[in-house]
Design a protein around this ligand. Sequence first.
Ligand SMILES: Cc1cc2nc3c(=O)[nH]c(=O)nc-3n(C[C@H](O)[C@H](O)[C@H](O)COP(=O)(O)OP(=O)(O)OC[C@H]3O[C@@H](n4cnc5c(N)ncnc54)[C@H](O)[C@@H]3O)c2cc1C
Ligand code: FES
Length: 509
Amino acid sequence: MNAAANHGRPEGEPVSLWVATAGTTDYPALRGDVEVDVAVIGAGIAGMTAALALKRAGRTVAVLETARVGTGVTGHTTGKVTSLHRLAYTGIARSHSTGTARVYGQANQAAVEHVAQLVADEAIDCDFRRVANYTYAESADALELVRAEASLAARLGLPATFTAEVPLPFPVRGAVRFDGQGQIHAVKYLQGLARAVHGDGSFVFEHTRAQNVHDGSPAVVDTENGWVRARDIIVATNVPCGGQGLFYLRSHPHRSYIVAGRVDTLPLDATFISADQPMRSILTASVNGTSYVLTGGEGHRVSESGDTAARYRRLAAFARDRLDVDKVAYRWSTQDGMPLDGLPYAGLMSPTAKHVYVITGLRKWGLTNGTAAALILTDTLTGRTNAWAPVFNSNRITPAASAGRFVKENIRTFAAVVAGKVRGRPGHADLLPGEGTVIKANGGSTAVYKDEEGHVHAVSATCTHLGCTVGFNAAEATWDCPCHGSRFTTDGAVIQGPAAKDLPPAPMP
Ligand SMILES: Cc1cc2nc3c(=O)[nH]c(=O)nc-3n(C[C@H](O)[C@H](O)[C@H](O)COP(=O)(O)OP(=O)(O)OC[C@H]3O[C@@H](n4cnc5c(N)ncnc54)[C@H](O)[C@@H]3O)c2cc1C
Ligand code: FES
């Protein structure tokens, strides 16, 4: 696939507003060996929440983060802290049961309160504010859906009402409204959690990639420059590193895009998501004294990315036409795991695991699902019963809710593999700066990228996870794997798993 990155490149700095405005952290890399009660891999919402909860419960912890605290998926979120997950309750009640939907709601509503409490307890300056959250309907069909969601959610004990009064600057028919929800600067929040974790025998290590995880007593995490020995390990790397637990077969990565534009004053005092398609998510935020309107959407399965630059342009057009946003200041995208049966995973890595736990499949609502999952594992590791644990159980078997989807998703992955095998160009002579392409030559595939200075970079196009062929993402200038969502820089470094190894350099074809 060949796509121009500099011709028709979408407007806005290609960086998350949250990462750009948070300041950086400077925790040391692990050098040598460390012993703690619990090793936590990944400093996103799931890992940092678990680490602090365990430390508060009297455990020593070591957090290992391959990049910087909060710069993974959590640093690219929209920032809604809410138990209203679009139309989730209707879906969960239908594919599981009303009881399961009730527990899901309780866990997520408790997570909203947990975040609010931590912000207060640890005095974290992260722009947390209480807002109402709406799922709004523009069409008559969607109106019926939000009415049903409001009625079910209220019956489940959640702070839900149906309303025809929706404070948006364009007409809609009605919405389900949840009161007392929140929004947050997620990177500042995680940096606050990291400050509370580091010290007194607990550690945050940055630029430290977990290479191998060994179950046992003790359990051990290997890194390039040392190991961590612990009684228990939590793998909170969004997609379990190295593909452990085969979660890449039980959830599929879904990507979405966000544009943020500066505005004079904050126009909205609530957060929104549409029940209609194309789905649009709206949030306004005041960050370091500047007001922004965020518009998200254009979600798709990673194998079906299409023209990524056009996706940003459609979001910018919505922000301009509907929300009076003149110009996009920042744009970014990220992806999250969508579990086959619609419920997140928190528990042992596999049915035979003893001391290795996992949090994954947070279904694009991880600020609360990840918080709830972290609290479940904290209870499990400290011997307390948790009423939400069976619903999040990572080793559950739910064929009625997941079998059809398993077949469908894996057929789509297979189609992506086949497409990757037949795609490819014979040469790179006509590449423009900012463009990338996969070249088939001598029985192999090479991913070739020409940077803005005209230097050409070549790495293997074969994904180090299970061997699919990567494709060029023009809007982000990354190599993305269509099969299970691994992403790599143009020099081949892993940005996101399940791949654990970089794409190796390749000779120029
Ligand atoms: C566009 C978009 C918008 C969203 N908006 C919202 C929202 O408004 N509200 C909401 O609740 N949810 C939202 N979500 C979902 C939410 O952002 C995610 O569910 C959540 O942030 C995932 O957190 P995590 O801790 O699993 O992953 P991450 O934040 O990615 O944390 C995992 C960390 O592990 C590190 N890591 C990976 N491999 C290794 C390794 N081998 N060794 C060491 N470290 C490693 C990574 O660098 C990363 O920092 C959104 C998702 C998307 C895609
Ligand atoms: S992510 Fe699985 S093969 Fe690439």
